[in-house]
Unconditional design. Sequence first.
Length: 110
Amino acid sequence: MYEDAQFLMDMGERIAKRRKELNLTQEQLAESINLSLQSISCIELGKKAIRPQNLVNLCNTLNISTDYILTGKKEVKQLEGVFKKLAVLSESDYTMVENLVEHLYKNSKK
């Protein structure tokens, strides 16, 4: 039971984060996918699950993958903005970022 509740809370957090990144209100998101404001609020708080078709509509509206919403794993498409920024860094700055990413990656495997 706890795992299900945590899963819904994590998923809701990812939805809310992405909605905020796009400067959308809960009301705007609800309207765009034909759900009530209360439904969006409950989904973001992890109090309510989202139906599969509504999840697909939500992900299309937020321009994000269902995998990310469900699992938190990002696809290459989601990282394109970061790739573009990395491409313009100086060699030393790029190396610094690369070292930081390597450090974080190693720590995530522990």
